[in-house]
Design a protein around this ligand. Structure first.
Ligand SMILES: NC(=O)c1ccc[n+]([C@@H]2O[C@H](COP(=O)([O-])OP(=O)(O)OC[C@H]3O[C@@H](n4cnc5c(N)ncnc54)[C@H](OP(=O)(O)O)[C@@H]3O)[C@@H](O)[C@H]2O)c1
Length: 431
């Protein structure tokens, strides 16, 4: 049985999970696949600290060249995360004729185009199953299982931290800050949670999903990105009273010949399957023309979950290497019915709007008047009882409106003396 040699870059959380899988499932995997995955070297900047899994010291190195320059290493697994030096290590590995497995969504979102082109040029592959949804076998399903399909849309809850916070707010009637602290205490949020709660991590994953579903590599700056840090408990409660849950969604959907790519808090009907995805779980809801609507669901993070996806990539690669085949990383064609990305100001959506206003007659008429001027009609309106002296909450659901029109109307309304706080507007998706 030919052993396929692996060099691991990054002996952290996922890296040590992978090491334990390779060790503990060695026979299981080789019996299944007919090839042996042999861990030849592990690089990390810290090779002294004790890890959850112990390894022979001879395997460890703090010199990256012991992996990159070793002609016997067939596959390099990058699990250090971040952009630099991960990009340089992967680039060098490809140039040295090695295939690559990575879980690094941030890197692929920023430099995927360049790295995939290099891999193709060198007849090598980059596999990245763990980069979205960790152990949920999503990427292989989109790339291979659904290869005959054309995609209409993908809606993802792809950030466990944000989903945990929103679910706690909804289930326990607690404010955002309180739920964020809870997430940090439980290890579900970083001490600096910006990447997760402001939507950037979801945007990284959306770039990968957009590539897989529509064959387009979009840049972060082309995506509308809004996070959840401005969502208040009152909005979560009012949304629930109206039959909705608030979720941070990563959305790519075709609208005629245009593609909308966006990340933002969204009101989803409670009956929708994504509304029942709670806690740190992830779910990706894909609509395609042959297989129909599909939901991929599971833990979107975790040492063994992510390592399971990396192991699956390793097995795929070992099979190709053993058969002497070159399998292109992504044999995905751009959807040629998409002529351009839709500009955010042209997005059309129903909206939930929350105004805090003076408790005086005529305020509602004034608001409706301004909205009407911009062609925005109201589907429902509720006035909440006064909760502080002299101010009330007015909650509206609009019919479909253009983003540009809503923004203009809200700018004007914000300046009115009767409007006491910047109105909150959240898009509604009926999916
Ligand atoms: N954790 C998950 O659930 C999960 C799920 C899906 C995907 N991923 C992705 O998997 C990758 C690894 O995540 P992780 O959770 O395993 O991270 P981690 O625990 O921080 O592990 C990274 C390891 O690489 C080391 N390292 C970082 N920069 C280095 C450098 N420049 N040179 C040498 N060593 C370096 C780190 O050392 P120090 O600790 O000393 O910095 C650490 O030992 C990331 O791309 C992440 O986005 C993670």
């Amino acid at each position: 049985m030919k052993a396929i040699n692996v060099g691991l870059i990054g002996f952290g959380n996922v890296g040590s999970g992978l090491v334990s899988i390779i060790r503990e499932r060695k026979t299981f995997l080789s019996e299944k696949t007919g090839s042996e995955i042999a861990l030849k070297k592990i690089f990390d900047k810290d090779i002294v600290s004790k890890r959850k899994v112990s390894v022979d010291k001879k395997l460890l190195t703090s010199d990256i060249n012991e992996i990159l320059n070793d002609p016997q290493i067939d596959i390099v697994v990058e699990l250090i995360g971040g952009i630099h030096p991960a990009k340089e290590f992967i680039t060098e590995a490809l140039k040295k004729g090695k295939s690559v497995v990575t879980a690094n969504k941030a890197l692929l979102a920023e430099y995927g185009k360049e790295l995939f082109a290099l891999a193709k040029d060198r007849n090598k592959s980059i596999y990245f199953e763990a980069s979205v949804g960790a152990g949920i076998p999503l990427i292989k399903a989109l790339r291979e299982g659904l290869v005959a399909n054309k995609f209409n849309s993908v809606y993802g809850i792809v950030n466990g931290t944000s989903n945990f916070i929103l679910s706690q707010m909804s289930a326990q009637n607690r404010e955002f800050d309180d739920c964020l602290k809870d997430a940090q205490k439980k290890g579900f949020a970083e001490s600096n949670p910006t990447l997760d709660i402001e939507g950037f991590d979801s945007a990284h994953k959306l770039i990968i999903l957009t590539y897989l579903c529509f064959g387009l590599i979009v840049e972060s700056k082309e995506i509308l990105i809004e996070g959840i840090s401005n969502i208040s408990l009152s909005d979560v409660i009012y949304a629930k009273e109206l039959g909705y849950e608030i979720k941070l969604l990563a959305i790519a959907k075709k609208e005629g010949s245009e593609l909308e790519v966006r990340v933002h808090p969204t009101l989803l009907p409670q009956a929708h399957m994504l509304s029942s995805v709670t806690g740190v779980f992830n779910a990706i809801y894909v609509s395609c023309d042959l297989a129909g609507d599909l939901l991929f669901y599971g833990p979107g993070a975790g040492q063994l979950s992510a390592a399971s996806a990396v192991a699956s990539d390793l097995v795929d690669l070992t099979q190709s290497i053993k058969a002497g085949l070159f399998r292109p990383t992504l044999n995905i064609l751009p959807d040629n019915t998409i002529k351009k990305l839709r500009a955010p100001e042209d997005f059309i959506s129903k909206y939930y709007i929350h105004f805090i206003t003076a408790d005086k007659p005529g305020v509602l008429a004034r608001i409706s008047g301004v909205l009407a001027k911009f062609g925005i009609s109201i589907a429902s309106v509720t006035q909440k009882e006064r909760y502080k002296s002299q101010v009330v909450s007015i909650v509206m659901i609009t019919h479909q409106a253009k983003e540009k029109d809503l923004k203009h109307a809200l700018q004007i309304l914000s300046k009115l003396e009767q409007i006491k706080q910047k109105p909150v507007a959240i898009r509604i998706e009926e999916v």
